[in-house]
Design a protein around this ligand. Structure first.
Ligand code: AMP
Length: 356
């Protein structure tokens, strides 16, 4: 591989953990990120400090690397395509295109035979009023693009929640209304595909969100074997349809009867897969590096039950206690300022041999 070097677009904690996994396999990493001294660059070999769509910076990245990947789904598709004309970019830019727009994403999932909430494109209050009437006055209004951690969303709980002004409240940008899913729990699955088409899936995690941000991921999820199998099958069909290379994260709602409704896909390593570094032999980060470097995929089997807890904002003050906790693996992201809602680190506590 050219200079044994992997390019990573995006300099946050996911890029940091990818760079650490890459180093363990003797790869060098170069981070493209506008913010200097970002979490990923602190542990990488070099940083190109520039905007994600800076053409000169992209060309420099292409010169330095054998393969380029990314750690967040809002990488401009044009930037990924510019790179893809010169070297392999994994996951394929098509995966970015699908994941960047909730409307495209839902249509794509449905085309793959994967159920989602019902949805309507919303471009005005009139659209919103009509769609809410169709959905029994309940639904979740979301921006089609650039939403994350529950940002850019509004919940309609019944006729008392007026649609008036809803379009403007979310910024008068293209929106989507989703029918309200009466889910019992939320799960996610992390899966990988290699360039030879080989697949590896981790066990599904059960996720709890607080204020729209992932709080905990628990393994095993309280779901039946059939539901776990359905999550695996959905992830595998998605990976195959996209001719995907790398790790994907896929989030689902679980209904009372065990049926799955897909919520989101993340064409990258995912927060709900952080447990893999403590409770699986090969973490999602190493798995992604293996996949994009054309190495054999690692064994995704889970050896322990565990709970991963995100350290958000001031939770970082609890680190001294976590460090004294038996069977806890603490992972911090090198961020100096603990703003509210900011992911500062995570901790995974092992709770015994894996039950299935
Ligand atoms: P998202 O940004 O799409 O992951 O949504 C954030 C959180 O809002 C999800 O984890 C759910 O807890 C909730 N949520 C999102 N969409 C729906 C829906 N259609 N029905 C019910 N709850 C939802």
């Amino acid at each position: 591989m050219k200079n044994n070097t992997i390019g990573i677009i995006g300099g946050g904690q996911l890029g940091r953990m990818l760079a650490m996994a890459a180093a363990r396999l003797n790869f060098r990493t170069v981070i493209l990120e506008p913010q200097a001294d970002c979490p990923a660059a602190q542990v990488a070999n070099a940083q190109i400090t520039a905007a994600y769509d800076d053409e000169e910076a992209l060309d420099r990245l292409a010169e330095l690397c054998a393969v380029v990947t990314y750690e967040f789904e809002n990488v401009p598709v044009g930037a990924a395509e510019r790179l893809a004309a010169r070297l392999p970019v994994y996951p394929p830019p098509k995966a970015l295109e699908v994941a960047q727009d909730r409307l495209t994403e839902k249509r794509f999932l449905n085309d793959c035979g994967i159920p989602t909430a019902e949805f309507r494109a919303i471009d005005s209050d009139e659209d919103l009023k009509a769609a809410l009437a169709d959905f029994g006055h309940r639904g979740v209004l979301k921006t089609r693009r650039l939403g994350y951690d529950g940002k850019g969303q509004k919940v309609y709980r019944g006729p008392e929640d007026s649609p008036e002004g809803g379009y403007a409240a979310l910024g008068s940008v293209p929106l989507i209304l989703e029918s309200f899913v009466p889910f019992e729990r939320e799960i996610s699955i992390i899966a990988a595909r290699g360039p030879d088409g080989g697949l590896a899936c981790y066990d599904p995690a059960e996720n709890v969100h607080r204020n729209g941000i992932l709080h905990t991921s628990t393994l095993p999820a309280a779901i039946s074997g059939a539901t776990a199998e359905a999550a695996r099958a959905a992830a595998e069909s998605l990976l195959e349809r996209l001719d995907y290379v790398g790790v994907v994260g896929m989030e689902f709602f679980v209904l009372a009867d065990g049926r799955l409704i897909a919520n989101e896909i993340a064409p990258r390593v995912h927060n709900s897969g952080h447990w893999t570094e403590a409770a699986a032999i090969v973490s999602q980060f190493e798995q992604h590096i293996r996949a994009i470097a054309g190495l054999p995929l690692g064994n995704p089997q889970r050896h322990s039950d565990c709970v991963m807890t995100n350290l958000i904002g001031d939770d970082i003050l609890m680190v001294p206690d976590w460090l004294k906790t038996t069977d806890a693996l603490v992972h911090l992201y090198g961020k100096t300022e603990a703003r509210p809602g900011r992911k500062m680190g995570h901790v995974t506590v092992l709770s015994g041999p894996a039950r299935r």
